[in-house]
Design a protein around this ligand. Structure first.
Ligand code: NCD
Length: 308
């Protein structure tokens, strides 16, 4: 046995249970999660777990993701515990792996993590973690349960994914939602475009001017400007952003009758979207939030039942 073999024998495999990235999942599995979410929503499926507890460990702000994971746990009979990262031993220099291993040792059945580093979970894979980890967003890389709840909302609307045209609009280069969504949407056969200020465009998908996007898209998916990840100040003012790159009332009025508006939220009204458009008939912004709870119920239960 080489030293490396011995190390991997001691530390176990490189596989972490849970849901870290949708890139690891097949289209079939993703569709199964979407359908399971809708079964929970329709009340066709209900599951209760006993004697299980899970922790949320959030290193970035969150209202929707954290509290919909907590609502999902409560609906499944799992006791949720919120860890306050600022008073945890991470502040005493403990690393993330040792913190998670501690949660495992003291009897937690899962941990939901949001972290500011892309792929923070890679460094955890070399140990012996058995506790499932649910990725609630890693830097600007991915936000798997947001992508899944977006897919649930799209499937609910259209009944399929193939050939649906979506334009993701805004701060693409700093957005984990844009990066994660575009990859899987393309795999599902959707036509994906991006739009917004030049300074925020990257190679996530083909660029299309916003005034063209609103007339041809089935879905306009807006993003918040991700100020917290900017190294420099945005080049244009918020007022100019709204006029040039926001979904104004007049742009919303030019969308197809059947088209819908999505946004992962938090919404910055009057910047990426006009106040009046947030709850207009085309908007699915609050429907997305509702679906988030059922989607997280599906993901947690499938992991606990060994289906994921
Ligand atoms: C998103 C996130 O955190 O990536 N929000 C969310 O989870 N609903 C998008 C954002 O913060 O703009």
């Amino acid at each position: 046995m080489t030293v490396d073999d011995e190390a991997s024998a001691i530390h176990g495999g490189e596989h972490i249970r849970g849901l870290l990235s949708l890139r690891d999942l097949s289209v079939d599995t993703i569709e199964k999660i979407v359908l399971r979410s809708l079964q929970f929503k329709k009340g066709i499926k209900s599951v209760r777990y006993f004697d299980k507890k899970m922790a949320t460990l959030f290193f970035e702000n969150s209202t929707r993701t954290q509290f919909s994971f907590i609502a999902a746990m409560i609906n499944l009979g799992i006791v949720p515990v919120q860890i306050n990262t600022s008073v945890s031993s991470l502040m005493k220099g403990e690393n993330l792996y040792d913190t998670i291993k501690t949660l495992e040792c003291i009897g937690y059945d899962g941990v939901i993590i949001r972290h500011s580093s892309d792929r923070y979970y890679d460094e955890l894979a070399h140990g012996s973690l058995e506790i499932p980890i649910f990725n609630a967003g890693d830097g600007k890389a991915e936000h798997p349960t947001q992508t899944l709840l977006d897919l649930v909302t799209i499937y609910e609307e259209y009944g399929h994914f193939e050939d649906i045209k979506v334009c993701i609009v805004g701060d693409i280069s700093h957005s984990r939602v844009a990066h994660g969504n575009a990859e899987i949407m393309k795999r599902l056969g959707m036509d994906v475009y991006i739009s917004g200020p030049n300074e925020f465009m990257d190679n996530t998908a083909s660029y299309i001017p916003l005034d063209e996007a609103v007339t041809i898209s089935d879905i306009i998916m807006l993003l918040r400007v991700q100020y917290e990840r900017h190294k420099e100040e945005m080049k244009i003012s918020e007022a100019a952003y709204h006029i040039n790159y926001g979904l104004t009332k007049s742009r919303a009025a030019r969308m197809k009758d059947s088209a819908i508006i999505m946004h992962p939220a938090p919404v910055n009204r009057q910047i990426e979207i006009a106040n009046e458009v947030v709850e207009c008939t085309k908007s699915r912004i609050f429907a997305q939030m509702k679906n988030g709870v059922f989607t997280r119920m599906a993901v947690i239960s499938m992991v606990l039942d060994g289906e994921l």
